[in-house]
Design a protein around this ligand. Structure first.
Ligand SMILES: Nc1ncnc2c1ncn2[C@@H]1O[C@H](COP(=O)(O)OP(=O)(O)OP(=O)(O)O)[C@@H](O)[C@H]1O
Ligand SMILES: [Mg+2]
Length: 485
């Protein structure tokens, strides 16, 4: 019997086991008196204790049971404590392993530490020392695991089904998507161009019960009306000139899945009637066909237009609007959630840097500040384009301010109408005075230069966009918004 077993444990309050289930300790020693002693002491401290009299039995227990802490002798016949340790670590990387050794085998104890044991005690040891160490190691392991969980929770809070964001407004969108995905309701996703409407639609589909069925997207603005109808409903051979075979429509393809009707505001009034009928009756017929099909489809529509305004102007049917606007999801413009800019920029940086085989790792503080200050008319899509371009051009591991496009670098400098005369400030800007409508003044400025660029470019939009250092998309967005077509 070792002296350890003879050591007395003073009667003092036992250390509290961590909250929840009592930690489980597996004691492995071929000396039965030590096993019994440890069992009594450790049980009194509130742990659950399992015993094994040799290495083989220990490995059996490890395979069957959850064990939080392994307390094993090193020198045992046949299967050694080091073998038990190896098996334990293989079965559970997070197990806390504690070795006991006779003074003669410290070398093996060092080897055990290399294999992942947290500590070892040389026999004989005092029970108090052992109890204290067990308590400390279990506590630090618990903290470590808590950190891992916390980190995971933090990361997942910034990403939901490929949508990145940490702003309150995006976190609210994530929660909304998660909730409505489970329902079968029709959803209307609104938001400016490039805010992630299609991404949101996909997230709804892939978090729903329909995820194993197709997600079919149709851009209603990109297809002429005559084609749109046959695209959606399909047609029979001979239904119209050129229909030389039977063709399945997208509604049929999307059966049991989701159909995404993008840019629904672009749909003509007569097409709107046809769509309304499908939504009301959940039935449709192929062009030129006689049989009606049942549609088991979830509809998600999206638009960057102001549908209530279109309704007021008589360009969009009110009944259809109510049919699709069952659950509205709004994606806020990027300039209203600036705290997402750096996070998104980093995400795109990693994506494009990997794709281009480059090692651009981050953005300089100045570059980040400029990105955060930009107005982002093209929203996340514009940001992604900017980052992709930076990755292509960047020669250093960090994106510097000078690599950013001119229109972003000049944020706050010269983007406003230069003023002269009374009230002009040194920066060339009109004085704030008692305040003025910045949006309207900004719009004036945009209107002036977009019109001028269009004029100089002879009406060629791509050229005008280039002259203004804008992407074609944002140019078109502004031209449309300011009715400068
Ligand atoms: N929150 C986000 N996280 C990651 N990527 C995003 C996010 N929002 C948008 N994107 C990316 O930006 C691009 C534009 O997104 P998406 O096509 O969903 O926008 P949209 O609102 O449908 O734009 P549009 O009205 O122009 O069709 C896509 O490449 C998309 O992956
Ligand atoms: Mg889209």
């Amino acid at each position: 019997m070792s002296r350890a077993a003879a050591a007395r444990t003073p009667v003092e309050p036992a250390p509290r086991p961590p909250a929840g289930a009592a930690p489980r300790i597996l004691v492995v020693d071929d000396e039965s008196s030590l096993r019994d002693m440890l069992r009594i002491v450790l049980r009194r401290d509130g742990y659950e204790v399992l015993l094994a009299e040799n290495g083989r039995a220990a490995i059996d227990v490890l395979k069957r049971e959850r064990v939080d802490l392994l307390l094993s002798d090193i020198r045992m016949s046949e299967v050694s404590g080091v073998d038990v340790l190896k098996a334990a670590k293989e079965l559970n990387r997070d197990i806390v392993a504690f070795m006991m050794t006779a003074f003669a085998s410290t070398e093996t104890a060092v080897e055990a530490m290399r294999l992942g044991a947290v500590d070892y005690l040389t026999k004989p040891f005092s029970m108090d020392e052992l109890r204290l160490k067990i308590q400390q190691h279990l506590e630090s392991s618990r903290l470590k695991q808590e950190n891992v969980l916390l980190k995971r929770a933090l990361n997942s809070r910034h990403e939901f089904s490929n949508i990145i964001g940490r702003s309150d407004s995006m976190l609210a969108v994530f929660r909304m998507i998660e909730t409505i995905a489970k329902t079968g309701s029709t959803v209307l996703v609104t938001g400016e161009s490039g805010t992630g409407k299609e991404l949101a639609a996909r997230a709804i589909h892939f978090n729903s019960m329909r995820r194993d069925h197709p997600f079919v997207a149709l851009n209603c603005g990109a297809v002429p009306e005559t084609l749109l109808e046959s695209e959606l409903f399909g047609h029979m051979r001979g239904a119209f000139t050129g229909a030389d075979t039977n063709k399945k429509g997208l509604l049929e393809t999307a059966e049991r899945g989701t159909i995404f009707l993008d840019e629904i505001g672009e749909m003509t009034l007569s097409m709107q009637v046809k769509l309304l009928r499908v939504l009301q009756e959940r039935r449709y017929r192929r062009l030129g066909g006689t049989d009606e099909s049942q549609a088991d489809i979830r509809v998600i529509a999206a638009t960057n237009q102001d549908l209530p305004r279109l309704v007021a102007e008589g360009k969009f049917r009110e009944d259809l609007f109510y049919r699709i606007n069952v659950i509205p999801v709004h994606l806020p413009p990027l300039r209203e959630r600036r705290e997402d800019v750096a996070l998104l920029a980093q995400h795109f940086l990693e994506k494009h840097s990997a794709r281009a085989g480059k090692s651009v790792r981050g953005l300089s503080q100045e570059a980040t500040a400029l990105l955060e200050a930009h107005h982002w008319p093209g929203n996340v899509r514009e940001l992604e384009n900017v980052i992709e371009r930076c990755v292509a051009l960047e020669q250093t591991p960090v994106v510097l301010a000078e690599t950013l496009p001119a229109n972003i670098r000049s944020a706050g400098h010269g983007t406003f109408a230069p003023a002269s005369g009374p009230g002009a400030t040194p920066g060339g800007f009109p004085d704030l005075g008692d305040g003025f409508d910045l949006e309207a003044r900004g719009e004036e400025f945009y209107r002036h230069y977009i019109a001028l660029a269009l004029e100089r470019a002879g009406g060629v939009q791509v050229k005008a966009a280039e002259m203004l250092g804008m992407s074609f998309r944002s140019f078109r967005y502004y031209a449309k918004k300011l009715k400068l077509r």
